[in-house]
Design a protein around this ligand. Structure first.
Ligand SMILES: [Zn+2]
Ligand SMILES: [Zn+2]
Length: 134
């Protein structure tokens, strides 16, 4: 079975998942910008039982946005985004950035594109070779 390990920035929380995902959305909504502190959330969706917590699951904090189907889960030590159960209880949502390996599924779409950060279009236009060489 092809598995991917994941962990938070401080290494307190560790887990593994099977590399089998149903959906991969890049969400540009304002709530996801705030939750991630970045341009968008990168959310993989998988079945609810596809996770094996290896360490630190009890130090995960969860926040549910009142009256919205939006949640965030994070390490209480370092604040890194971590997997959580959707409010509907039908999917496990995994922030792709906490995975150590490459998901088999590639991002399928950018959702809430109209709410994208005002500076994001400039980032897309930037020449990656010139702008990100070190
Ligand atoms: Zn942590
Ligand atoms: Zn969102």
């Amino acid at each position: 079975m092809d598995k991917i390990l994941g962990e938070c920035l401080c290494g307190n929380v560790k887990f593994e998942v099977e590399n089998e995902f149903d959906k991969f959305h890049l969400c540009h909504c304002k709530q996801c910008q705030r939750a991630t502190g970045s341009a968008h959330a990168s959310n993989l969706f998988t079945r609810v039982d596809n996770i094996n917590w290896l360490a630190g699951a009890d130090s995960i904090k969860r926040y549910d946005v009142p009256n919205r189907m939006i949640s965030n889960a994070f390490c209480s030590e370092c604040g890194s985004g971590l997997p959580y159960l959707s409010l509907s209880g039908k999917a496990l949502i995994i922030p792709a950035g906490c995975l150590n390996g490459k998901p088999k599924l590639s991002p399928q779409n950018n959702i809430f594109w109209s709410q994208r950060a005002e500076w994001y279009d400039a980032a897309l236009l930037a020449n990656p070779v010139a702008k990100f060489a070190d």
